[in-house]
Design a protein around this ligand. Structure first.
Ligand code: SF4
Length: 640
């Protein structure tokens, strides 16, 4: 099935068993003092067990103060080495190879997190951070060069198989390389060679300390996607300079914080979208080149290698979604691979709130110990009400633990609201989770009853030991005059494929569902208005995902009316009020209600006092994001 991805490769002295590289993302799993936690070790160990040829860690801080986020691993002092040695030992015991990435954030750091002013080649604020960095003096540059090489030596002493210097993603080295952020006129600025001086000094110093036979990689942003920033042609020159300086492998990434929506691309960004950047670099160097960027499937990785556009393929979030991806691919169990759906809810959303990273499609990731699945010694007959993503997840875990599981779904197919959520543009990949869950349910022999709503009567008759209620939510319709008119339809009905939608549409409600339904309709030729009572639409959700949604709405000329309330729905128009002024939208064929949903938990009330063990999960408890719902399903499966 795969000819290329399982071919070994030797880089410097390191034998790497396959071409699949698991790259890190900021997980918040380490301690504030940069030391490892058991969680961080187990998370990386899971990847080593899962068969990745090479693991490249998230960025290790080289300085106690200058860190991009508080819970990064660190190797800025010798005391930190011991803990990280435990990590490398575990990875090696599982046959894995692991490289530590070392980094300095430069101006992409916030002082309220670090307690210090950020530093940069030039006194220019990062466009995403309203703080002026301190312009580094030449003496200060030399100190940072030493910090990099001291950290690299600690990487070697901790037993890592190599070190990667983070020279991309808008961090300090990237800031020196880029004319976007480096406006110096001394020996560190101006010409491309001068802009490379900082990294060249780091490479020299690192080599001197780790020796010639230790793998040294560099990550670069080959295109920053910003006006005045590095382009691929600049980066080709830089790549040649880096090769001449003795770098062993180039990890070709892209973007900076200003273009973070590409740096951590959501599902709206095409698969392997940056592979041509790697291909261009590969043309001008003879050392191996790694590509990355929305590659979430071994078939895509194989095709990239077959196209000869890179020598290795890195996957960040795909490794969080399924640390066992390589093993499953090699064993031909591709249907068992859990694919990253590009939602960013767990891997970006949680860390943005200061919480540890998690994954919507794989609650086990990062909780390897807490969520470990153990066989039950108290087998129960468990009924699960509702075959949405939360109910299916619960049923899978229950079945894996050895319970007798019966899953009831009132609709003709499994998936619930998730099936509708997969309809708008760029959401199609949500279906990969539904397909995976259905496959697992079938493999595990779960009894599935479609077109069957689990009722009190069924429970009275069949007498299960326990019931998990995952009945989800139903749309909420506010009491707007005219809400029962023939021209009114629910967003769910639109997404389910209703043929009752006219050309001119008003969507009432600019939350995620309203905006996505509007985008879906606009993409299919409708003229769409969104009416939202708050001051902006899609207030909730992940900004990087919303960036593309807003772009889509704009490109499709969707008329967005904020701070506006609906007074009345008329036969062919909608009466609105904004700033005490009444307005009318005329020639409206269809009004779509997308105000929100309310929990559907009637069964939980019906079963009160019956003495049956009950766990209610997901939207049936409270309407929230799918990340919480799936996680609760998993947890409920463990609790029984
Ligand atoms: Fe992918 Fe979503 Fe999991 Fe992040 S949370 S790794 S985007 S599936």
């Amino acid at each position: 099935m795969f000819k290329k991805i399982f071919k070994s490769i030797k880089i410097n002295n390191l034998e790497i068993k396959n071409r699949l590289v698991s790259t890190g993302l900021a997980t918040n799993y380490c301690n504030k003092d940069g030391t490892v936690t058991q969680r961080y070790i187990e998370y990386n160990e899971a990847k080593a067990k899962g068969g990745w040829g090479l693991i490249i860690t998230e960025n290790y801080a080289i300085d106690e103060v200058q860190k991009g986020s508080p819970f990064l691993p660190g190797l800025w002092n010798d005391e930190q080495i011991e803990g990280h040695s435990k990590l490398t030992e575990k990875v090696h015991n599982c046959g894995g190879k692991i490289v530590a990435q070392i980094s300095h954030p430069g101006r992409q750091a916030k002082s309220f997190l670090t307690g210090a002013q950020s530093v940069a080649p030039s006194p220019i604020k990062d466009p995403t951070i309203d703080e002026m960095p301190h312009e580094l003096t030449v003496e200060e540059i030399k100190v940072i060069v030493k910090k990099f090489s001291d950290a690299a030596l600690r990487v070697k002493k901790a037993g890592f198989d190599g070190v990667e210097i983070q020279g991309g993603h808008g961090y300090l080295i990237n800031q020196f390389l880029s004319p976007f952020s480096n406006k110096r006129s001394d020996e560190y600025g101006g010409t491309i060679l001068n802009r490379c001086r900082f990294i060249l000094e780091i490479i020299d110093s690192v080599r001197e300390k780790v020796g010639e036979d230790f793998l040294v990689s560099i990550r670069i942003s080959a295109d920053e996607f910003v006006d005045g920033g590095l382009t691929i042609e600049d980066s080709k020159v830089i790549a040649r300079i880096l090769e001449n300086a003795g770098i062993d492998v180039i990890n070709v990434s892209f973007a900076v914080y200003k273009t973070l929506h590409y740096n951590v691309p959501p599902a709206a960004v095409p698969h392997a979208f940056a592979v041509d950047l790697a291909a261009e670099i590969k043309k001008v160097v003879s050392i191996p080149v790694i590509t990355v960027g929305r590659i979430n499937d071994p078939f895509i990785a194989e095709t990239v290698l077959l196209s000869d556009k890179a020598d290795l393929v890195a996957m960040g979030r795909a490794g969080l979604a399924d640390p066992e991806l390589p093993n499953k691919a090699e064993e031909g169990r591709v249907e068992d691979i859990i694919r990253c759906i590009g939602c960013l809810q767990g891997c970006v959303g949680r860390p943005l709130k200061g919480q540890p990273a998690s994954c919507l499609v794989n609650p086990l990731s990062g909780k390897e110990k807490e969520f470990d699945i153990k066989k039950t010694n108290n087998k129960k007959k468990v009924f699960v009400a509702g075959g949405g993503v939360a109910g299916m997840e619960a049923a899978i875990i229950l079945a894996k633990r050895g319970h007798e599981v019966h899953l009831f779904e009132k609709e003709p197919q499994l998936g619930g609201q998730w099936l509708l959520a997969a309809v708008p543009p760029h959401k199609e990949e949500l279906n990969t989770l539904t397909v995976w869950q259905r496959t697992q349910l079938n493999k595990l022999g779960v009894n599935i009853y479609l077109n069957t709503e689990l009722t009190k009567e069924i429970i009275d008759k069949e007498k299960p030991d326990a019931v998990i209620i995952a009945t989800g939510a139903t749309p909420f319709v506010p009491n707007i005059p005219g809400k029962n008119s023939d021209n009114v339809i629910l967003a769910n009905e639109v997404l389910a494929g209703s043929d009752k939608i006219g050309k001119n549409v008003v969507v009432i409600g600019g939350g995620q569902v309203g905006a996505e339904t509007a985008a879906h309709l606009a993409n299919h030729g409708h003229k769409v208005n969104i009416v939202e009572m708050q001051d902006s639409i899609v207030k909730m959700g992940i900004p990087l995902v919303n960036y593309f949604l807003m772009k889509d709405l704009k490109e499709n000329n969707v008329n967005i009316m904020t701070n506006t309330i609906v007074k009345e729905i008329l036969e062919d128009s909608v009466l609105l009020e904004r700033n005490n002024e009444v307005m009318k939208l005329d020639n409206i064929d269809t009004v779509v209600m997308a105000i929100g949903s309310k929990s559907e938990n009637k069964l939980a009330h019906d079963l009160k006092g019956k003495g049956i063990e009950i766990i209610t999960i997901g939207d049936a408890v409270k309407v929230r994001d799918a990340l919480s719902a799936v996680e609760e399903g998993y947890r409920a499966g463990l609790q029984m």
